[in-house]
Design a protein around this ligand. Structure first.
Ligand code: SF4
Length: 421
């Protein structure tokens, strides 16, 4: 739970963990509401060392990384003589799912208290309210933030998809990364100004900028990446998985952050409906309606922002939650909430759509990813090459060998079966 702080949130700098590139857009959404928000520098040696020193080895790797990042920020502020207790706040979402994500903030709180940063608050919106940030802002601000946060996620996901779509074929090396950075900055400015039409305009410009990059017409194996959301989208933790695959001659597509938010909204609707079945109250009707409207809003906004990318990204759009649940219908029950079902359904959908291979990117000992791995090893057999890539911060030479073997199999799959456009 957030602590009572001695300084209001608006007087503090709110630090967000860097997960996907979209963290920068999310920080811009906070800034629109008047918070000073920044993305934490990440994955420094000092931070990793601190994280490992203060954990027992049983904690999840993303927890170790984010703990280190937080204390790195504190160290930097201490070095300037700032009063950390009154000048900082941290943002760390959580979930009630069947895994340990809900425990990260507990450990962070224990460590902040231990080092006497008892007044530094942690904002931890939860998947239980589909990250509606209830309680942190007044009601109007919370609604505005929730809308802007969704727009931020959709925009950032889109330009990252465009990056993965174009970069493997660019004729001028580095051009796509430059366009990505320019379009990211344009998106950040539009979000800080309130999103909406301005963000749609930025999306149009971004789609045109990516489409105008000169490309070769090679045919490369197309690889789908599923797995635990932090490690699959945090380039530092997954040791540049996308880059390594691109260097091995592949094109990649990583399941998006929006896919997870959509799933939590869907779960919210199902839970609210179940609560209504058990107790027919106005409150439960209202809760169902709230989630239902959230889902409708999300789809509508996503379709507006993504429209300019329709040609460029063709079928490379998110799997809907319904699609994922269909794929897993006879394999895995959605009563076990969490990421496993998204990885299983996502991988099977990729295989059905003609992807030439699937990578399950996961932290060492991750519970949902281990379940997904066990099921996918059986169900991906004879469908498409499949590999688990497990990360814990250590550098292992056989990791690249594994990926090179996988890329070879994916190329064979391409030669035999072709690929989607
Ligand atoms: S998904 Fe995996 S890594 Fe993430 S909190 Fe759950 S168990 Fe840990």
């Amino acid at each position: 739970m957030p602590r009572k702080s001695t300084a209001p949130l608006t007087e503090r700098t709110l630090y967000l963990p860097k997960m996907a590139e979209g963290a920068r857009c999310l920080a811009a959404a906070f800034r629109h509401l008047g918070c000073k928000a920044e993305v934490m520098p990440t994955y420094t040696n000092a931070g990793l060392e601190f994280g490992k020193k203060h954990t027992s080895g049983k904690e999840c790797f993303p927890c170790i990384v984010t703990t280190g990042d937080m204390f790195d920020v504190i160290d930097q502020h201490m070095a300037t003589g700032a009063n950390v207790n009154d000048s900082l706040a941290f943002f760390m979402p959580e979930t009630e799912g069947p895994c340990r994500f809900g425990q990260y903030t507990r450990l962070h709180r224990i460590l902040l208290d231990k080092y006497k940063y008892v007044n530094v608050p942690i904002l931890s919106p939860s998947s239980e309210d589909s990250y509606r940030f209830s309680g942190y802002f007044n009601d109007d601000q919370a609604i505005e933030f929730r809308k802007l946060a969704w727009q931020s996620i959709v925009y950032a996901d889109l330009i990252e998809k465009a990056l993965w779509r174009i970069r493997p074929y660019e004729k001028i090396k580095g051009k796509t990364d430059r366009v990505f950075e320019e379009t990211m900055q344009a998106g950040i400015a539009a979000i800080e100004a309130g999103g909406g039409l301005q963000l749609i305009k930025a999306a149009k410009k971004a789609a045109n900028a990516f489409a105008s990059i000169e490309r070769t017409h090679e045919s490369k194996p197309l690889i789908g990446i599923v797995g635990e959301i932090f490690v699959r989208t945090h380039k530092e933790s997954n040791q540049q998985l996308v880059r390594v695959l691109e260097d091995l001659g592949c094109e990649t597509y990583t399941s998006s952050v929006a896919e997870w938010v959509e799933y939590t909204t869907h779960t919210g609707i199902e839970d609210a409906k179940e609560a209504f079945r058990r107790k027919k109250s106005l409150g439960n009707i209202g809760e169902t309606a709230k989630f239902w409207l959230t889902a409708k809003y999300q789809r509508l906004v996503a379709s507006f922002i993504s429209q300019p990318f329709a040609r460029l990204l063709k079928e490379r759009f998110d799997h809907s939650t319904e699609h994922i649940l269909e794929e897993t219908e006879h394999i895995f029950s959605n009563h076990i909430n969490g990421e496993a079902i998204l990885s299983i359904g996502g991988a099977l959908a990729f295989a059905k759509e003609g992807y030439n291979g699937v990578v399950n990117s996961m932290p060492f000992t991750c519970m949902p990813s281990t379940i997904a791995s066990a099921i996918l090893k059986v169900h991906m057999r004879s469908k498409a090459p499949f590999v688990d890539m497990i990360y814990d911060g250590s550098i292992m030479p056989n990791r690249e060998t594994n990926l090179a073997t996988f890329a070879f199999q994916a190329r064979q799959n391409l030669e035999k079966h072709g690929r989607k456009a």
